[in-house]
Design a protein around this ligand. Structure first.
Ligand code: NAP
Length: 490
């Protein structure tokens, strides 16, 4: 099959993947009354609807996950790995159409969206590769009679709630680990971008996943969230989203003592030390900051540059940012798409206004883009106060730059945040970069790079950015529990 290449063909291929439905125990439940509209953020047109499920329908999905769990968890690890491999192959075969679907519902440029599909698929192949290596241990009991065996077993049926900024990758990062471990899954994707998750789920069924193992539910947060968090049958919740909602869900899970993974917000600092390679630091800042129009949890929210190179850095950064191409996702060469919704644009505007009120000056951008709608100009601001950017993620294409005097001050300012997800350091001295990188209180540190997304990288935060790790050899641990067996030898 020749992959579609023109924007119209790509959009057509994406639309064929749209299912205006939820998936419950292998059945597609159509969107009816009270359905949720899904918009194309670049055109502000309706792409379709997903149903607003009732509490009973969500309960059916939970019951299906519980019923499917014994069989799936006892399958040979090799078979679970083979399923993941088949799923990944189907995703690869549909890569362009899936990328186009992400562009349609999320607005990110098509090339970036295809990159996300590949990144999402890399989690599946990663976990396919470790399915047969979930070993336990034989433990010396300390006496001659007893031998202790520790097994790692799947935690049980899992609920996952995901955000809109990576409609494919945030889902596969959880689903691949869950299926690899032998867990079953009920997923609630973000209401803004459910079609990608539904399309991926359809491919999972095509790849041979037993129906009850994977349901994708949509509906009012209060209904779906309450059923998933309140159910005793669900043994774990994996959440990716804002800190505010994470706190709420953790509280709702307390009565049933679920295992929790919380992948929450960030306000990442990026430090450019005085011995940094300036070109590399500017390129890393642009790559990290403007991916997804600045709507990523790991994107630098505040840039600290040593005072001796501050002006030179700012000049080069401004030049690069001013040249970024803003546009609709299928236009050739577009680097920045629209923001997800009107509220997101208002938040970015507020951050810019506050920065200016705090003494900042705009070097490029600073306002809504001429394209109108949800497009915002890529922006560089200097001379503002860093307090706002330290405590709140902008989640938009705004790059505030501050100066510092020495490494200790840079580390102190980097750590003066309740968040601790990602951080970045640029330095040509490995010793300094290591010292500073280790002193920063964050779960993920990039040295001389603005991009840290890799399935082999343990992904997760500290402080109010959450707990648990996804991807990497550590990512499976959140889906496994240890069970011991003591053998009394005679
Ligand atoms: P959000 O508002 O917290 O929503 C995330 C998900 O939670 C969505 O599916 C949302 O559903 C659902 N939700 C919201 N309120 C709920 C409730 N009361 N009960 C049950 N579910 C509820 O976050 P977002 O705006 O989609 O995503 C952006 C945030 O995610 C940012 O803070 C970003 O930093 C963070 N993030 C973190 C990571 C990480 O790995 N640490 C990765 C990506 C994003 P609806 O869509 O229906 O509202």
């Amino acid at each position: 099959m020749t992959p579609p290449t023109s924007p119209d063909d790509l959009k057509g291929a994406a639309r064929k993947l749209i299912r205006e439905a939820a998936l419950v125990d292998g059945a597609w439940i159509s969107a009816g009354d009270g359905a949720i509209a899904v918009e194309d953020p670049s055109e502000q047109t309706i792409l379709g609807h997903v149903p607003s499920l009732t509490a009973d329908q969500v309960d059916e999905a939970i019951a299906a996950a519980a019923d499917a769990f014994p069989e799936w968890s006892r399958r040979k690890a090799r078979e679970r790995g083979e399923f993941l491999t088949r799923w990944a192959a189907l995703i690869t075969a549909n890569e362009q159409a899936l990328g186009a679907l992400i562009s349609l519902e999320n607005g990110k440029p098509f090339a970036e969206a295809v990159g996300e599909v590949r990144y999402a698929n890399a989690f599946i192949t990663w976990f396919a590769g470790i399915a047969e290596h979930l070993d336990g241990r034989a433990i010396d009991s300390g006496n001659a009679q007893d031998l202790i065996l520790a097994f790692r077993e799947p935690v049980g049926p899992v609920a996952a709630i995901t955000p809109w900024n990576f409609p494919a990758a945030m889902m596969t990062r959880k689903a691949a680990a869950a299926f690899c471990a032998g867990c079953t899954l009920v997923l609630k994707p973000a209401s803004a971008t459910p079609f990608t998750a539904l399309a991926l789920a359809a491919l999972a069924l095509e790849a041979g996943l037993p129906p009850g193992c994977f349901s994708v539910v949509s509906g009012a947060q209060s209904v779906v969230g309450a059923r998933l968090t309140g159910s005793a049958a669900i043994r774990k919740l994996s959440f990716t989203g804002s800190t505010e909602v994470g706190r709420l869900l953790a509280g709702q899970c307390a009565p049933t003592l679920k295992r929790l993974s919380m992948e929450l917000g960030g306000a990442a600092p990026l430090l450019v030390l005085d011995d940094a390679d300036l070109e590399l630091a500017v390129a890393g800042t642009v790559a990290g900051k403007f991916r997804g129009a600045g709507q990523t949890c790991v994107c630098p929210n505040r840039i600290y540059v040593h005072e001796s190179i501050h002006d030179a850095f700012l000049e080069r950064l401004t030049e690069r940012v001013a040249a970024l191409k803003v546009g609709k996702p299928f236009e050739p060469g577009v680097e920045i798409g629209p923001l997800i919704d009107a509220k997101a644009v208002e938040k970015v505007e507020t951050h810019v206004a506050k920065a200016l009120a705090d003494g900042g000056r705009v070097l490029t951008g600073g306002a809504r883009h001429d394209l109108g709608g949800r497009f915002f100009q890529p922006t560089v601001i200097a001379g503002a106060d860093d307090a706002l950017f330290t405590c709140e993620e902008t989640f938009g294409p705004v790059c505030p730059v501050f100066s510092f005097r020495d490494d200790d001050e840079a580390v102190a300012r980097a750590n003066a945040s309740e968040f601790g997800l990602a951080a970045f350091v640029f330095s040509e001295s490995l010793n300094r970069a290591m010292r500073v990188g280790r002193a920063i209180d964050a779960g993920i540190v990039g040295v001389n790079t603005g991009l840290v997304s890799n399935p082999a990288n343990p992904f997760g935060g500290v402080k109010q950015s959450g707990y648990g790790r996804e991807g990497s050899a550590y990512g499976i641990d959140d889906y496994l529990q240890v069970k011991s067996l003591t053998l009394a030898l005679r």
